[in-house]
Design a protein around this ligand. Structure first.
Ligand code: FAD
Length: 434
C-alpha cells in the first residue's frame, strides 16, 4: 500500500504530538510535513517579549506572560508516554514546558520534518470521482522569502491553536475610555502597571492570575466578572466588581450593580476567538463562530470531510493527554481501523451533542468546554481507536488540583505531587523555597 501523506499545521504541543505518532507508523504514513509560521517549536509555550507583530507583519502567536507558572502539575500535564524531568517541581515556569516540548521534538526526531517560518495560507479539499468520490488536500504555504508553494496530501491535521486571536467584548462606549485598553494576549509583566488603577475584565485562569500579579506589584486592581463572588480572600489592592456595563460619557466605567469608577487601564482577559483564516468553512460544511465550530464529529472532524482533523479545539481539558488521544484516534481513522458512520450519522451525532447542551442551558460560548466530560470522551476515543486509555490517575489528580485551585488560587502551586501507580498519586512536602 502507498504511504499516506499528512500535513500538520503548527508545531506547538498538538502538532508535535501529531508528528510523533505519524512518524511511529512508517508502514502506513510517509513522514509528515509540519508547517510552522515561527522559527521555533512550542507555540504558546515559546515566550515572546514582543507584542504586536513579527517582522513579516503576522501577529505574534503566543499569549504567554513572563511569570506564568502552569496551572496543572507536570504529572497531569505530560504526554502519557513522555514524562517531565522527575527532579522538577509539579507546577512549572513556562520555560520548563518549552524545554520539555523541545526535548519531545528531539527525542522523536521531528525537527527535520518541520518547515519553519512558513505560514499556511490555504487548505482546500480536492474531490475527484473514481469508484467513489476521493478527497485529497491542497496546502498552500508561504515561506520567509514570500514564495508560495502548493502541495497535495491525503489528510491534514490542523494544530494551529486557539489562544491567539483576542476576543474583544462589545462594551457600550468602549471608545470613550480615556486610558489604555489592552488584551491579555499582549500582557507580559506587571511592572508597567505599578501604582496604576487597572480594571481587569474576566476571572478565568488568566484574569485571576494576572490580577494577583498586578496586586503584588502595587496596582489597584478591580477584578470585574460575572461569576458568583469568588469564595477566597484576594490580596491587598485587589477587589471584585460586577461586569462592566458601559463606559460613560466622561470615560468612567459603570458596573452592573450601578457603581462607577475611573481607571487608567482596562485589561481585557476575555478569551480568544476561533480563527482559521486558511480554511473555507462553508466549503467544508462547517460554521466557524467566535466561540464555536460546528458540526465536528467527536469534536475533531467535519463529517463532510473526515480526513481533516482539528486537534485540541475543546476547552477546560487536560491539553497534552487530550491531544495524545485525539491524534491516535485520527490516525486509526486514516488507517481504516475505525469504521466511521455515514456523513448523515456523524452530523446527527455532532448536532445531537450540541442540542443536549442547549437543553441543559449551556450558552453558545461554553459549548466546547468539556470539563468532566473529557474523561469519558478520551476513554471512548481509546476504545474505538484501540489504543491504551489514559491512566485513571490523570483524572483523579486533575480533579484534586482543580479543587485546590478553587479554594487556594494563590498557593495551590506550592504543592508537589508524585505518581505512585496508574491509579494513585501522593502529595509530597512543599517544594524547597516555597
Ligand atoms: P499552540 O501552542 O498555540 O501552537 C500552535 C502553533 O501553530 C504555533 O506554533 C503557531 O505558530 C502555529 N501556527 C498557527 N497558525 C499557523 C499557520 N497558518 N501556518 C503555520 N503555523 C501556524 N495548558 C496546560 O496544559 N497547562 C497550563 O498551565 C496552561 N497554561 C496556559 C496559559 C496560557 C496563557 C495559555 C494561552 C494557554 C495555556 N495552556 C495551558 C493551554 C495551551 O494552549 C496548551 O497547553 C497547548 O500549548 C496548546 O497547544 P497547540 O499546539 O494546540 O497550540
Amino acid at each position: 500500500m502507498q504511504q499516506l501523506r499528512v500535513a500538520v499545521v503548527g508545531a506547538g504541543a498538538a502538532g508535535l504530538c501529531a508528528a510523533r505518532h505519524i512518524l511511529s507508523r512508517p508502514d502506513t504514513f510517509a513522514p509528515p510535513v509540519v508547517y510552522e509560521l515561527t522559527e521555533h517549536v512550542g507555540g504558546t509555550w515559546y515566550y515572546e517579549e514582543r507584542t504586536g507583530s513579527y517582522d513579516n507583519g503576522l501577529f505574534i502567536h503566543s499569549s504567554m506572560y513572563r511569570d506564568l507558572r502552569t496551572n496543572l502539575p507536570k504529572e497531569v500535564m505530560m504526554f502519557p508516554d513522555f514524562p517531565f524531568d522527575p527532579q522538577l517541581p509539579s507546577f512549572l515556569p513556562h520555560q520548563e514546558v518549552q524545554k520539555y516540548l523541545e526535548r519531545y521534538c528531539q527525542s522523536h526526531c521531528i525537527t527535520p520534518h518541520i518547515r519553519f517560518s512558513t505560514v499556511v495560507d490555504e487548505v482546500s479539499p480536492v474531490v475527484t470521482e473514481g469508484k467513489g468520490p476521493m478527497v485529497t488536500w491542497e496546502v498552500t504555504s508561504r515561506d520567509k522569502s514570500g514564495s508560495r508553494n502548493t502541495e497535495t496530501f491525503d489528510s491534514v491535521f490542523i494544530c494551529s491553536g486557539h489562544y491567539s486571536d483576542p476576543h474583544i467584548p462589545s462594551i457600550p462606549g468602549l471608545e470613550r475610555f480615556k486610558g489604555k485598553v489592552i488584551h491579555s494576549h499582549s500582557y507580559r509583566h506587571p511592572e508597567p502597571f505599578s501604582g496604576q488603577s487597572v480594571v481587569v475584565l474576566g476571572a478565568g485562569a488568566s484574569g485571576l492570575d494576572i490580577s494577583l500579579e498586578l496586586g503584588r506589584s502595587n496596582a489597584q486592581v478591580t477584578l470585574s466578572h460575572g461569576k458568583p463572588t469568588l469564595p477566597f480572600p484576594l490580596p491587598y489592592g485587589v477587589h471584585q466588581a460586577t461586569p462592566v456595563e458601559e463606559i460613560q460619557e466622561d470615560g468612567s466605567l459603570r458596573f452592573q450593580d450601578g457603581s462607577i469608577t475611573q481607571a487608567q487601564v482596562l485589561l481585557l482577559c476575555t478569551g480568544y476567538n476561533f480563527s482559521y483564516p486558511f480554511l473555507e468553512p462553508a466549503r467544508l460544511g462547517l460554521e466557524v463562530q467566535e466561540h464555536l465550530v460546528t458540526p465536528l464529529y467527536r469534536f475533531l472532524m467535519p463529517p463532510a470531510f473526515p480526513s481533516l482533523f482539528i486537534i485540541g479545539i475543546c476547552k477546560i481539558i487536560c491539553p497534552f493527554p487530550h491531544f495524545h488521544c485525539q491524534v491516535q484516534f485520527a490516525l486509526a481513522v486514516l488507517e481504516g481501523s475505525v469504521a466511521l458512520p455515514s456523513r448523515a450519522e456523524m452530523e446527527e451525532e455532532a448536532q445531537g451533542e450540541m442540542a443536549r447542551k442547549v437543553e441543559r442551558g449551556v450558552q453558545l460560548r461554553h459549548m466546547l468546554k468539556m470539563d468532566k466530560e473529557q474523561w469519558g470522551y478520551a476513554q471512548t476515543l481509546a476504545q474505538t481507536g484501540r489504543f491504551p486509555p489514559l491512566p485513571p490517575v490523570t483524572q483523579s489528580l486533575y480533579e484534586e488540583v482543580w479543587r485546590q485551585r478553587q479554594v487556594h488560587p494563590q498557593n495551590y502551586r506550592q504543592l508537589n505531587y508524585r505518581l505512585v501507580s496508574d491509579t494513585q498519586w501522593e502529595q509530597q512536602e512543599l517544594h524547597a523555597g516555597e
